[in-house]
Design a protein around this ligand. Structure first.
Ligand SMILES: Nc1ncnc2c1ncn2[C@@H]1O[C@H](COP(=O)(O)OP(=O)(O)OP(=O)(O)O)[C@@H](O)[C@H]1O
Length: 242
């Protein structure tokens, strides 16, 4: 069953067409890589899906439900969450406090003051930062700040995660570790779309790759097919290379 269906998505900023009639179908349990040269529209697609940008044309369905005009809060409540490119922890709160903040949008839980300590420990443990719950975000190494962002998204209890550049700024060992953690999410039933410029890390992780170029769909296939695709190579040669 399709979990996410993006149909004919177009997003214009004034005269600039950032995404042009783009469609994407994600099946339950898939890990799909969304790639493309700088400025090809990847983040704009995520922003449209999450309700951060109004859609110019097209529709977006999640679990069969039309979410095109929904607010971000409504979309998150329905089980779709995003890990942004930027980390934005609140430095006044500990790691645990930051995770707890993201459990508050759930109305039943917020009546009881958010998630319990056990639940927060559980979210942190899913991304291996449960021993850092008392630390302050500005004391953490970069990779743990990124893990905190993932833990915050997990705290909203998503069925599906959009991960925007999860490997950015990580070394090879950290990339391998994060890939293994993302694989574990899938084993526990999570569906994911991953945008990243680290092709090595991404290609090993994903089942399928979809390529955007100048806001247009360019290609879709297995990581091997995409690595060998001439059109994809040309698009990247015009940019930063595959
Ligand atoms: N809020 C905005 N206002 C105006 N133009 C925008 C806005 N957001 C994105 N764009 C433009 O839309 C196009 C697609 O940008 P987008 O950030 O989606 O690309 P991307 O593939 O995510 O790039 P990168 O890999 O560099 O993050 C670019 O030309 C960008 O300048």
């Amino acid at each position: 069953m399709s979990v996410l269906e993006v149909d004919g998505l177009t997003k214009r900023f004034g005269g600039l067409v950032a995404v042009d009639d783009f469609s994407l179908d994600i099946e339950e349990g898939e890990i799909v890589g969304l790639i493309g040269p700088n400025g090809s529209g990847k983040s704009t697609v995520f922003n449209c899906i999450m309700g951060s940008y109004d859609v110019t044309e097209g529709s977006i369905r999640f679990n069969g439900d039309d979410i095109t005009a929904d607010s971000t809060h409504e979309i998150v409540t329905k089980g779709l969450s995003r890990v942004s490119q930027e980390s934005n922890p609140i430095d006044l709160y500990s790691v645990g406090g930051n995770i707890k903040l993201f459990t508050l949008p759930n109305s039943i839980r917020s009546l009881h003051g958010g998630a319990s300590d056990e639940e927060i420990y559980e979210y942190a443990a899913r991304i291996d930062i449960e021993d850092k719950l008392e630390e302050m975000p500005d004391e953490l190494p970069h990779a743990d700040v990124r893990r905190l962002e993932i833990a915050k998204a997990l705290a909203t209890e998503p069925d599906m995660l959009l991960l925007d550049e999860p490997f950015a700024g990580m070394n090879q060992a950290e990339i391998s570790e994060l890939s293994a953690q993302i694989e574990r999410f899938r084993e526990n039933g999570m569906t994911m779309v991953v945008v990243d410029h680290n092709m090595g890390g991404l290609m090993e992780l994903v089942d399928r790759v979809v390529v955007l170029n100048n806001g247009d769909f360019l290609a879709s296939g297995s990581p091997e097919e995409i690595a060998e695709n001439e059109h994809v190579q040309e698009a990247y040669l015009a940019g930063e290379g595959l």
